[in-house]
Design a protein around this ligand. Structure first.
Ligand SMILES: Cc1ncc(COP(=O)(O)O)c(C=O)c1O
Ligand SMILES: N[C@@H](CCCC[NH3+])C(=O)O
Length: 439
C-alpha cells in the first residue's frame, strides 16, 4: 500500500477534535465512536450514572471566565444561566462577581461561601423577603428595577438604576429587554429613569453607584452595546449636571450570543473588547466625565458551550414522511426549542456507523406533540434503540430551566475535569417528587 492509501486509515485511528464553537474545548471523538470530554469516556459515564444527564466540562467554564476576566471590566456571572454551589465556588475562584435574581439564587451563592459584597441582586419584582435577605447578607449592590422598589430597599445599600435604553438587540422577542414596552427597567426616553435617579438620591441610606442596562439575551452584534454606552453616558452627564454627582459604575448587562450549531453567529468578544472602551472614552471626554468602571454580566457565554446533554434512544419510529428518534429526555430538560425555536445538533456516541446520514427528528418523551428537540438532525440511518446521543451547548438555561413535567425527574449535573467525574447535582428521584406531595 502507498502512503496516500494508508493515510485515511491512519487518520481514522486517531481521535478527532470536535468543532470548538459548539463543543467543550477538550471534546474528542474516538475511533471507536466514543466521545471523550476532559479525559472522561461518555459511554462509560452513561453506564455509571445513567441517562439523561447534563455534563459540564469544568476547564471550558474556566477558559470562558478567563477570556472575560482579560477585559478591563468587572465580570459578574449571571447565575440564572446555571447555578449550584459548586458552580458558585468555581465562579468565586475565577475572581468573578455574581448576578442573582432570586432569593433561591442568593441562598445558593451564600451557602457556597460566595462573598456577599461581590453579589448584585436583580429582579423586576423583588419581594420584601428577597430585599430583606439581601440586606441581611450584606449584598454588594441592588439593581433598582421599579420606582416602587426604591422605598422598600433596606439601607444602607449601594444601588444601580436599571435603565431601558430603547435599543433593539435583534434577538428573540421573549428575551429582548433593551426595547421599550417590556417589563424590565426604567425608560430613558419616557423619563422614568430620571425620576428613579432623583428618588434614590433623595434617600440618604441608599448610595447610587451607577447605571445598569441589559439589552437582552443571545445578542450577536456589538453595535447595540456601543449605542447603549452613548445613551447611558449622556444620561450620566445629565445626572452630573442636575444632581452634581458622578456615578462610578456602568453595568452593560450580559446577552452575548453563543453558537448552538456549527456556523451560527456568536458574539464577537475581541471586537467588543476593542470597541467598547474606545466608545466609552470618547463619549466621556465629549461630556467631560471621568469614565466609569464597566461591569458585564455574561451568563450563557460562560456556561453554554461547557455543557452537553447525553440521552439514550428509547425508540425509533418510521412514519411515511419522517423518522422519529425518541430519547429518554426532552421538553423537561430542554424547553428552549419550544420556547424560542432554538436549533441544536446531535451526535451518535459509543459506536461508529457507515450508514448514510439522513435527516430525522429527535423527539422527547413528553406528552406534547411539540416536544421536538431537533426537527432535522443528521444522524446515521441505522440509529436504533439503546444508542447514545450527545447534544452540545446545553450548559446554560438547561438545568436552570428544567421542570418535572409529566413527573419526570430532572437529570443530574456531572462535572468533568482531568479524567474525573464529580456529581454536582444528583439525579432527582421519584422519592424527591413525592417528598413535596403531602399525602
Ligand atoms: C440583568 C441580566 N443580566 C445578565 C443576564 C445574562 O444574560 P446572558 O446569559 O444572555 O448573558 C440576564 C439574562 O438575560 C439578565 O437579565
Ligand atoms: N431563558 C433564555 C435566556 C433568558 C435570559 C434571562 N434574562 C434562554 O434560554 O435563551
Amino acid at each position: 500500500m502507498t502512503l496516500a492509501e494508508l493515510l485515511p486509515t491512519y487518520r481514522r485511528s486517531l481521535p478527532e477534535k470536535l468543532c470548538t464553537s459548539v463543543w467543550p474545548t477538550s471534546a474528542e471523538a474516538m475511533p471507536s465512536g466514543d466521545l471523550v470530554v476532559s479525559g472522561v469516556s461518555l459511554t462509560e459515564l452513561a453506564d455509571r450514572f445513567g441517562t439523561p444527564g447534563y455534563l459540564l466540562d469544568v476547564p471550558t467554564v474556566r477558559e470562558r471566565c478567563r477570556a472575560y476576566r482579560a477585559l478591563d471590566a468587572e465580570i459578574a456571572y449571571a447565575g440564572k444561566a446555571f447555578l449550584c454551589r459548586r458552580m458558585a465556588r468555581l465562579i468565586a475562584e475565577e475572581g468573578l462577581s455574581l448576578d442573582v435574581c432570586s432569593a433561591g439564587e442568593l441562598a445558593t451563592a451564600l451557602s457556597a461561601g460566595f462573598p456577599a459584597e461581590r453579589i448584585l441582586l436583580h429582579g423586576n419584582a423583588k419581594t420584601h423577603q428577597e430585599l430583606r435577605a439581601a440586606a441581611r447578607a450584606g449584598v454588594g449592590r441592588v439593581v433598582v428595577d421599579s420606582l416602587a422598589e426604591i422605598d422598600r430597599i433596606p439601607g444602607p445599600q449601594d444601588v444601580l438604576v436599571r435603565v431601558t435604553p430603547g435599543i433593539d438587540g435583534r434577538t428573540h422577542r421573549a428575551v429582548a429587554t433593551g426595547v421599550e414596552d417590556q417589563k424590565f427597567g426604567l425608560s430613558l426616553a419616557g423619563g422614568q429613569a430620571a425620576v428613579a435617579v432623583a428618588r434614590v438620591l433623595a434617600r440618604p441610606e441608599l448610595r447610587l453607584v451607577g447605571l445598569h442596562c441589559h439589552l437582552g439575551s443571545q445578542i450577536a452584534e456589538v453595535s447595540g452595546y456601543e449605542e447603549a454606552v452613548r445613551r447611558l453616558v449622556a444620561f450620566l452627564a445629565e445626572i452630573a449636571v442636575r444632581h452634581g454627582v458622578t456615578l462610578p459604575q456602568l453595568n452593560l448587562g450580559g446577552g452575548h450570543a453563543v453558537a448552538y450549531c456549527p456556523g451560527d453567529a456568536a458574539f464577537d468578544l475581541p471586537g467588543f473588547a476593542a470597541r467598547i472602551p474606545r466608545v466609552l472614552a470618547y463619549e466621556c471626554r465629549k461630556h467631560g466625565l471621568v469614565p466609569p468602571r464597566l461591569t458585564l454580566e455574561p451568563g450563557r457565554a460562560i456556561a453554554a458551550r461547557a455543557g452537553l446533554t447525553l440521552y439514550r434512544v428509547v425508540t425509533v419510529k418510521h412514519s411515511s414522511t419522517r423518522t422519529y428518534v425518541a430519547v429518554d429526555g426532552g421538553f423537561s430538560d430542554n424547553p428552549r426549542p419550544e420556547l424560542y425555536g432554538s436549533r441544536y445538533t446531535a451526535r451518535l456516541v459509543g459506536r461508529t456507523s457507515d450508514a448514510q446520514k439522513r435527516s430525522m427528528s429527535v423527539v422527547g418523551r413528553h406528552c406534547e406533540a411539540g416536544d421536538v428537540l431537533i426537527p432535522d438532525a443528521q444522524l446515521p440511518s441505522d440509529i436504533r434503540a439503546g444508542d447514545l446521543l450527545a447534544v452540545p451547548c446545553t450548559g446554560a438555561y438547561h438545568h436552570s430551566m428544567a421542570s418535572t413535567y409529566n413527573l419526570v425527574p430532572r437529570p443530574p449535573v456531572l462535572a468533568l475535569e482531568d479524567g474525573t467525574t464529580e456529581v454536582w447535582i444528583r439525579r432527582e428521584t421519584e422519592a424527591d417528587l413525592l417528598h413535596r406531595d403531602i399525602a
